[in-house]
Write a protein that binds this ligand. Structure first.
Ligand code: CA
Length: 227
């Protein structure tokens, strides 16, 4: 899953980038509204962490512009927005939700709580009620970062985990390699490498042949079955 962190406090932004990357997310940073605008029009994100007070504007306006389509965000139709607001400011929290934010977190916050809220927002599409995704005999725990197949633990690299998580939120659907590159890799990824194909290949071997079907010319589909 790919996140855009819009935060002008450098130390906080860098801390979030490190912590969230360690948690397995692809993370891009934007230091102001203008950078966020640019990133949103070019890249596809699953969730945006949005600071309310930005040097060149405010998070509310940016959020509303995304929701009304004023900012063209072709790949962001399922974008979740989590606002970062100032302590105790009730009007900020209310306004954020009214402007289309899905949730908010009051600064300062603990990374563990932020990560739990991110997981909760990202599983809304999957009708999941816990941190675990299940497709067939594959179970992926987004909180503990563990994958089991028929209760046997599987050792995955960070990118293999990211690809599997993305496919598991879209079971039975064909997902293109461009879409995987957009949602599992960050802005530093080279769009012309074979990295997606290679990662899907090693993931498929670990899950078992037949687990991920290649749909020629379209992409990949997770079947969840080992045979
Ligand atoms: Ca700020």
């Amino acid at each position: 899953m790919r996140l855009l962190v819009v935060e002008d406090e450098e130390d906080l932004a860098e801390g979030l980038r490190v912590g969230l990357t360690r948690a397995g997310y692809a993370v891009d940073l934007a230091a102001d509204a203008a950078q966020a605008y640019e990133q949103l029009t070019v890249n596809a994100y699953d969730l945006m962490l949005l600071d309310v007070n930005l040097p060149d504007g405010d998070g509310f306006t940016l959020c509303r512009s995304v929701r009304t389509g004023e900012i063209p965000t072709p790949g962001n139709h399922e974008l979740r927005v989590l606002m970062l607001t100032a302590r105790g400011d009730l009007s900020d929290r209310v306004r954020g939700l009214d402007d289309g934010a899905d949730d908010y977190l009051v600064k300062p916050f603990h990374l563990a709580e932020l990560q739990a809220r991110i997981r909760a927002l990202l599983r809304r599409d999957t009708n999941g009620t816990t941190a675990c995704l299940t497709v067939g005999d594959i179970v992926l725990d987004t909180a503990r970062h563990e994958v089991t197949v028929r209760a046997v633990p599987l050792n995955l690299t960070r990118k293999e985990f990211g690809v599997l998580e993305y496919l598991m939120t879209r079971p039975g659907k064909v997902v293109s390699s461009e879409e995987l590159l957009e949602h599992v890799w960050d802005a530093n990824a080279d769009p012309f490498t074979q990295t997606v194909r290679v990662t899907v290949g090693t993931l498929r071997r670990k899950l078992g042949e037949g687990s991920i079907e290649t749909v020629v010319g379209s992409g990949y589909r997770l079947s969840g079955s080992r045979s």
